[in-house]
Ligand binder design. Structure first.
Ligand SMILES: [Fe+2]
Ligand SMILES: [Fe+2]
Length: 351
């Protein structure tokens, strides 16, 4: 059987954005009352591929904002009718303006300006005269940063929604959070970077999502499952993998979800994969999942003590579990990290 490779890089995390940066995707608003300066700025930014709209004071800028929403505002401070400080204040009060990148372009750069701007949440200052290189670097870095922040916010929102959904489906309170927490302990022992840890977290959240397609009579059965029911139950990894396969953002989690019930000795399911044929993330989840299952109350039985569960994990070294990962788990246990997770209330009483 061939190893199913996990591709953690399919998740496009911050850091990769620079390579895919395209200035043409961004509309900028330049606000400047000195028209030669305004033209010079517009020309530099347009030549770099940005789409540019212009205004000669704050009031004009606000009118322009009613028509279109730029990705960034570059504004002079001292202007007639409405100055840059007033413009920034007004923009920050608008729903779309709270996180809109805002750069002040100023000849003064006095400390009062700077502290006023900082208080109001300006992102950066460029002091005139400005070279085109300096201008382009400042604009690009702000756009990249805001793209990263937007992506992180999106990522957190997605994870939160998935977590709520997964827990609701599983009827096992806090299960996915604890499985993730134990899995992350082991991953940190392996020195994984944040990108790989992120894939692991998504997989932990989703590992049992396939149970949604199983009848409650099986998932919630207060006693042991019959042979037939076991056959159904054992389908959940494949059902789950199938469910998330079409969502590009979740695709790295697919092989991990599919193989989280494989065993190191090849006696697991659904692929009877053996040892390193099993994706490493799935081997980690197997330990985390089993440890949490044993230490949590289930409908059909009471929780076992952490010490008994720990001994059980150790006894399955090189049988159910990857021996090296069991060693990593032992180090986490010895440091007290596992006990710390056991003491956390992962919203258990929210249901
Ligand atoms: Fe499972
Ligand atoms: Fe599970």
């Amino acid at each position: 059987m061939k190893e199913e490779k996990v591709n953690p890089t399919a998740i496009n995390l911050p850091g990769k954005r620079d390579a895919s940066f395209n200035s043409g995707d961004h509309l900028l608003l330049i606000v400047e009352d000195d028209s030669p300066m305004l033209i010079a700025l517009r020309d530099i930014l347009s030549a770099a591929g940005y789409r540019v709209m212009t205004a000669s004071n704050g009031e004009e800028a606000l009118k322009a904002l009613e028509q279109e929403k730029p990705a960034l505002i570059l504004s002079d401070i001292m202007m007639p009718i409405m100055d840059g400080i007033e413009l920034l204040k007004t923009v920050r009060r608008k729903p779309y303006g709270t996180t809109l990148p805002f750069i002040f372009l100023t000849a003064r750069g006095t400390s009062e300006d700077r502290s006023a701007g900082k208080m109001l949440g300006v992102d950066d200052y460029i002091t005139k005269p400005v070279s085109s290189q300096e201008l382009l670097a400042a604009v690009k870095s702000r756009l990249l940063r805001s793209g990263e922040l937007a992506m992180i916010a999106q990522l957190l929102a997605v994870k939160d929604s998935l977590r709520v959904l997964a827990n609701a489906i599983e009827h096992k309170r806090g299960h996915v959070e604890r499985v993730n927490a134990y899995a992350q302990l082991i991953a940190s022992e392996l020195g994984w970077d944040s990108e790989r840890c992120n894939t692991l977290e998504l997989s932990a959240i989703l590992h049992d999502i396939g149970q949604i397609r199983l009848p409650d009579a099986i998932v919630l059965k207060p006693g042991p499952l019959s042979d037939e029911e076991w056959i159904m139950m054992r389908k959940h990894p494949e059902i789950g993998a199938h469910m998330i396969a079409e969502i590009p953002y979740l695709s790295p989690a697919v092989p991990i979800v599919r193989h989280h019930h494989e065993r190191w000795d090849g006696a697991g399911y659904p692929g009877s994969l053996e040892a390193e044929e099993i994706p490493l993330e799935a081997r980690i989840l197997a330990i985390a999942d089993t440890f949490d299952a044993m230490t949590s109350d289930r409908i059909y039985r009471q929780a076992r003590s952490p010490e008994i569960a720990y001994e059980e994990i150790l006894s399955q070294k090189a049988r159910q579990f990857d021996p090296e990962l069991v060693e990593a788990f032992i180090r986490c246990w010895d440091r007290g990290d596992t006990a710390e997770i056991l003491s956390i209330n992962f919203g258990d009483d929210q249901f």
